[in-house]
Design a protein. Sequence first.
Length: 273
Amino acid sequence: MRREYEYQIPNYPGDVIQDNAEGQSISSDTASIVDRRLKVTRLEVTRLGFNASLSSEQRALLLTAMGDPDDRVRAGALGALVRLSSNEAAQAVIEPAEVQEAWRSAQVDQSPNVRRRAAELAPKVRDLPIVLVIELVADSDVTVAEAAAWALGEMTGEDYPKEEAGLADATLEKFALGHKDALVREACVAALGARGVGLATILAACSDKPAVRRRAVLALSPFEGPEVNEALENALTDRDWQVRQAAEDLLGIDAGQQDDPDAGEDEAGQLGC
């Protein structure tokens, strides 16, 4: 059962009141705003994310939208909050702590649409613990798990503690081979390649379904060694043409040359070599 998360607007003093049927909490200081704007739309909150500055009402409205009954509004509000706190904004008008609070609310949201949006935005949330994204890889919704795996492939570097990074690697390796859905396995394999880890797992994935095999071949790009060369050579004769194409691209082989073994010699003869 998904754990409940009570969203409260940071930095707004006053008693916390219940405003909707799902029980999300809002500050009493913004209650009058909510009363006037019961039908906030996704377009409205999305537009707020592109503002160079926000009025107190706009700011309160955007934070309150994280508790909106419409999951599209909640997802849109999260995207706006992340953008307003990131480098994309001219100046940060939303504090990082407020964004993390909103993200954590979205991470355990009942709607997979909101959880998926949280996963997609995770790499842009400042100081977000990577373990929270790891939890989403095990989400019951395939699209959420796929997005979370992709996010882990983006969350690399010294900003993340080695212990947490190691846990992310282990999680991706586990689901790259063991997840029931090929879409998630494919995303995990891609993330391993982006992180430059899990060679043995990626090699094993070269025997999976076509979509996973294609991704596994591409994920071999950061690696070198005889086992990598062997896997690429095997991929050149794969029954799926896109797998063959991926191997050709990595090996620098022209498709025409692969079809005609003598093509390279003919070209060399024409050049007088």
